[in-house]
Design a protein around this ligand. Structure first.
Ligand code: IMP
Ligand code: MG
Length: 180
């Protein structure tokens, strides 16, 4: 793992190793496996960021399940804009199904709330979330976060799907914005 990486105008320092992330994801998969044995859930992948986590999680899952994707955006640079745009909506029928939202990170929780309401309106039987990382200090929502890989401090991070203006998603380890 490199000590630091520079993307555009910002420097990021090493924070969480890929090994630690892999272990956290394997633990999540075990939990989900044991709690969805006969449920045939739909795993909802939030593009673009959650793709990396979704692949790693799915490789560890043994239950029968399907996937579907939606695309939303709320971040501009290192700040949440507070406004969520639906770029690609829900295409599959989730009526009466158990759905697990897959996220790379839960920050304020606005995206989760937005997806939760969308799934509820579409008639999902049960909605949970599995997130690779979460910033508990930033979370402003009331909905429970069911499966969390790693809790992290309220600082901007990149890697494993997490980006700064579209870059850095392909870093295998997680890096944190360097404090000036
Ligand atoms: P929320 O709606 O505030 O919970 O934000 C969730 C979305 O914001 C995530 O899916 C990410 O796309 C983005 N995001 C939040 N924090 C970070 C971060 O530290 N690095 C990169 N993206 C982030
Ligand atoms: Mg995202």
């Amino acid at each position: 793992m490199k000590e630091s990486v520079t993307i555009l105008d910002k420097t990021f320092v090493k924070f969480i190793s890929s090994d630690e992330i892999d272990k956290a994801i394997a633990t999540l998969a075990e939990k989900i496996d044991s709690e969805y044995i006969n449920d045939d859930p739909i795993l909802l992948i939030t593009l673009n960021g959650a793709v990396f986590f979704a692949v790693d999680l799915l490789k560890n899952l043994n239950i029968k399940c399907k996937i579907t994707c939606v695309k939303v955006s709320s971040y501009s640079g290192t700040e949440s804009t507070g406004k969520i745009n639906d770029l690609i909506g829900l295409n599959d029928n989730v009526k009466g199904k158990r759905v697990i939202i897959l996220e790379d990170i839960v920050d304020t929780g606005r995206t989760y709330k937005h997806l939760h309401d969308m799934l509820k309106d579409a008639g999902a039987k049960d909605i949970r979330i599995a997130t690779m990382t979460m910033k508990p200090e930033a979370y402003k929502g009331d909905l429970p976060i069911h499966y969390v890989g790693l809790n992290i401090p309220n600082k901007f991070v990149i890697g494993r799907g997490l980006d700064y203006d579209g870059y850095g998603r392909n870093l295998n380890d997680i890096y944190q914005l360097k404090q000036n």
